[in-house]
Design a protein around this ligand. Sequence first.
Ligand code: FAD
Length: 514
Amino acid sequence: MIIQGTNHTGDLRERADVVIVGTGSGGGTLGAYLAERGWNVVMVEKGGFFRAEDFTQREEDAMADFNGRRGLDSTVDNSVFLNYAEAVGGCTVHYWGDSFRTPDDRLERWRKQTGIDWFTASELNPHWDIIEKELGIHIAGPDLFNENNRLIKQGCEALGVEGHAVPTARIDCIACGWTQFGCAYNRKSSQLITTIPRVSKRGGRVISDARVDHIIVENGRAVGVEGTLVERKTDARRGRFRVDAEIVVIAGGAIGSADLLLRNFPRDVVGRRFYINPHYFVFADFGRAIDNQTGIPCAYAVHEWRQVQTDKFGRYQSGGYIMLSSHQSPGIMAVLLSEAGAAHTERMKKYHHLASTMSVIDEDNPGRIYIDGDGYRRTEFRVRGVDQLKAVDYLKNASRIFLAAGAREVWIPDIYGTIIRDDQDIAQKITVHSVQPNAQFTAGSHFLGTAPLGTDKADSFAGPTGEAHRIKNLFVADGAAVPTSISVDPSLTIMGMARHIGAGIHERYGRAGV
Ligand SMILES: Cc1cc2nc3c(=O)[nH]c(=O)nc-3n(C[C@H](O)[C@H](O)[C@H](O)COP(=O)(O)OP(=O)(O)OC[C@H]3O[C@@H](n4cnc5c(N)ncnc54)[C@H](O)[C@@H]3O)c2cc1C
């Protein structure tokens, strides 16, 4: 059952075996897992509840209806746009559906770094096998490729660069191209149409428009949550709610969970590390219209440079990112371009000519999240040090791929209006100046690591089971729990970890035990 806080009059009180804060990749996966094993589940979601018919496929509606801070969130210095959803289904409502398993080398690094022994493919594969089946994850076929995807593939093949069709979470997709504004056809396998209905079917309640403010702790044990029911359009307070539960799971996303945990447990390690996978963008003009609106934004990804290469002295040489074929919506595109006035108009007129890619940088240097003296959440992130070199390497290699595919010119959307026509331009015009903070539009949409799992209590929020080191029966199961950046898109890692944590909760407490 969905209870929409925006329509609710008065206060609300619920009782559950488990209350889950957040309904995205982590919360949805864990909620369905426990509900289907007999747990009485209540899920609480700050954002609204939308159906396919509510998705207008218009950017301005999507931004206002379900983007965090209505599409206006950024780092404190405005150098990085923070793109995330607040809605039943979380970020999967507007995610693209690229679904990569965590690479083995990253699991191994985490195992050594955190002391958690279940960071192995053999532990996680059984969960991924099931999730992939449930979400219809399959390798994107030609029906999902648009011309942009095909050109990037062509450029990679011409250069002998490793790239692949992506595993994507959708069933019978009609390839309309507007996945990012919510799937209007119920074909993308967001949590909204997969796990959330399964929770409802088992008698679970999902309360939307309900912001959790307070985690109730008694005698060192979490026993429920309290918060505010909000008016969807205005965020005005409509009432209070409280959910009493034996187990409390925090899955508000790395930003939302950090915000909530910092306000409740200010002296913990929360928010000390904040990974975002910086996205830089490269555009190419082929001198003709390019179909980059239909299909799916990313049917093809470039993996050649996922791992960093160093020289014999350990100095950075190349890599540290994957490259996604990408589609930027008109509003974002308008912000991306650095020109003003007539020059900007001229560039925007080429919107339908532009092919594009986007970086997913596997950063070494995370940012941080904290609550300032006035009670505002502050998000700091700067692309710095070796991560700037990775960004430069991405801009160069993306340019090479487009030129190899036959682009007339490549646009680096920096404040210098850099145009690339050949290898000499690549060598001379793309430098660290291109990637200084605010030198070009940069975005983050993969938020991780703010309440990480680990065995070292001084350096992690929760232990191997997902339970907080210092508060019993309080678990974390979302992007916040992931130790670091992953080197690929994060949703399937988060879902696999959440399901693993859910299995541990079920095994330990069983339904009868709660
Ligand atoms: C445009 C876009 C495209 C993307 N495409 C891909 C992709 O193709 N592949 C991929 O792997 N990843 C993609 N991602 C990233 C991916 O969707 C997220 O990393 C992932 O869904 C995060 O899961 P989560 O459980 O950590 O949090 P979320 O999915 O963000 O869910 C957290 C939920 O908790 C709610 N919440 C937060 N605080 C509170 C509170 N105090 N009270 C109540 N509720 C609260 C939020 O409103 C939110 O709905 C994309 C992201 C964006 C923005």
